[in-house]
Design a protein around this ligand. Structure first.
Ligand SMILES: Cc1cc2nc3c(=O)[nH]c(=O)nc-3n(C[C@H](O)[C@H](O)[C@H](O)COP(=O)(O)OP(=O)(O)OC[C@H]3O[C@@H](n4cnc5c(N)ncnc54)[C@H](O)[C@@H]3O)c2cc1C
Length: 435
């Protein structure tokens, strides 16, 4: 009889895990609760739906997320394959047409002879082993309770934020200009420049605008790397100009000068008809979003196809609960994958699924799970979620600070280059062991 593996959650991590396990000859049952039950952020019945930005971030090896993607491609990642097939122009980043991307992933999963998708909410951790929990930051309440009683640990909750989307035809293209920062890659962004007066009026209105949960910030519900726009704005007049509205590397062709501040808009679908306001994750009330964001020159008539919203994020205290193989210390036949482990981001979640899929397949075949090499990007992520200090454990995007340091002092670019060479060599050896 063929070895079998159960996966709960058909998101980025669950689909990648199923794909990797199927490549290793295991048969998989993949549970996904949509369309019978939706999370607050998912809108479709498609597997691997991207809930917010359409960007899988930098493609450069000078950036750790570029390295992580490179490693995934070497491992024949499903998420990377579908992302490349459905990419849209985004300068030095990999961005996708979100609908086409999720459709392609769904197609591949459905047509795989080894994967059986089941559209049903799992309300309790099943008896079957091995199994992978990949239910993401918005794990349903019933299953959250069941996981909490298994791990014996309390969940930590905080909020992530979604940026609004506007239609291109509603943007006043006489006021915005197309350019990438420092002229890098294709001119993929639309830029709305603000002079000092315009910025001041925008900032004053933004800090006074009505929000949905005014006490969320005091309750420490935000992740420092993903703060709502209005929370950043309240930190000071210039904070946004050094954050999402930074003008550096952008020259307004009408003045030949760098503007006082710039709002960037990034293409969000292949047709190029929808753009997202980069870094504008927000907790403002929807009516307020319309009023405040229409103060941005060029967006005075913006048509919003989706407003920014706030959402819960559920994740485990990984260092207390997980091994670097992504097995639960208490129940080693159960693996966890994706954002629920305490990684942050689409690519990181999928990468985590890749490791869990390999190790889930190994457990199903009676083999020992493997720890990905520490020098690799995958290994660094697994180490972060299993061995960071657990007292103040926070979700983390991949970054070069998570890798074992190199001896001596090197300039930043050279250091990134050396770390990525070392990572790719160790990762290739790891992959060779799987054959
Ligand atoms: C609102 C929001 C915005 C985000 N924006 C970004 C962003 O812009 N860029 C970025 O890189 N990252 C973003 N993230 C973070 C994160 O990377 C993504 O959420 C990512 O999709 C996580 O992948 P995952 O596979 O772990 O979870 P998901 O992709 O969410 O997949 C989990 C799946 O499990 C299903 N599920 C849940 N409970 C059950 C159950 N009991 N039974 C069966 N199925 C279940 C869900 O329906 C879902 O399909 C955002 C997160 C949130 C919450």
């Amino acid at each position: 009889m063929m070895e079998s593996l159960l996966i709960i959650g058909g998101g980025l991590a669950g689909c990648e895990a199923a794909w990797q396990a199927s490549r290793l000859g295991v048969s998989i049952t993949l549970y996904e609760m949509r369309p019978h039950k939706f999370t607050p952020a998912h809108h479709t019945d498609l597997l691997a739906e991207l809930v917010c930005s359409n960007s899988l971030r930098s493609t450069s090896l000078a950036n750790a997320v570029g390295l992580l993607k490179e490693e995934m491609m070497l491992a024949d990642s499903l998420i990377m394959k579908c992302a490349q097939e459905t990419s849209v122009p985004a300068g030095g980043a990999l961005a996708v047409d979100r609908a086409k991307f999720a459709e392609r992933v769904t197609e591949e999963i459905v047509k795989s002879s080894r994967i059986k998708p089941v559209r049903e909410e799992v309300v309790e951790i099943p008896e079957q082993r091995p199994l992978i929990i990949a239910t993401g930051p918005l794990t349903s309440d019933h299953l959250s309770n069941s996981i909490a009683s298994l791990t014996g640990k309390e969940y930590l909750f905080f909020y992530d934020a979604v940026a609004p989307l506007v239609t291109l035809e509603s943007i006043n293209t006489n006021l915005v200009f197309r350019q990438s920062r420092y002229g890098k890659g294709e001119a993929a962004y639309l830029n709305a420049p603000l002079n000092e007066d315009e910025y001041r009026r925008f900032w004053e209105r933004l800090v006074a605008a009505e929000v949905n949960d005014p006490r969320a910030f005091e309750r420490n519900l935000f992740f420092e790397g993903c703060l709502p726009l209005e929370v950043m704005a309240r930190r000071g007049f210039d904070t946004l100009r050094f954050g999402p509205l930074k003008p550096v590397g952008l020259i307004d062709p009408r003045t030949g000068k760098e503007p006082f501040a710039v709002v960037q808009l990034r293409q969000d679908n292949a047709a190029g008809s929808i753009y997202n306001l980069v870094g504008f994750q927000t907790q403002l009330k929807w009516g307020e979003q319309k009023n405040v964001f229409r103060m941005i020159p060029g967006l005075e008539n913006a048509e919003f196809v989706r407003f920014g919203v706030m959402h819960r994020n559920t994740f485990l205290n990984g260092p207390q609960l997980l091994q670097p193989t992504l097995q639960l210390r208490k129940a080693p036949q159960i693996l966890c994958a994706g954002q629920i482990t305490g990684v942050e981001g689409y690519v990181e979640s999928a990468a985590c699924g890749l490791i869990a899929g390999i190790n889930g397949a190994r457990l199903a075949s009676g083999k020992e799970p493997l720890i990905p090499p520490q020098q690799s990007a995958h290994g660094s992520l697994c180490r972060h979620v299993s061995a960071s200090a657990s007292s103040n454990f926070q979700p983390m995007n991949i970054n070069y600070g998570l890798f074992p340091p190199l001896p001596g002092k090197l300039p930043r670019r050279l250091r990134a280059q050396r770390i990525s060479e070392r990572a790719l060599a160790s990762w290739s050896q790891f992959l060779a062991k799987l054959l």
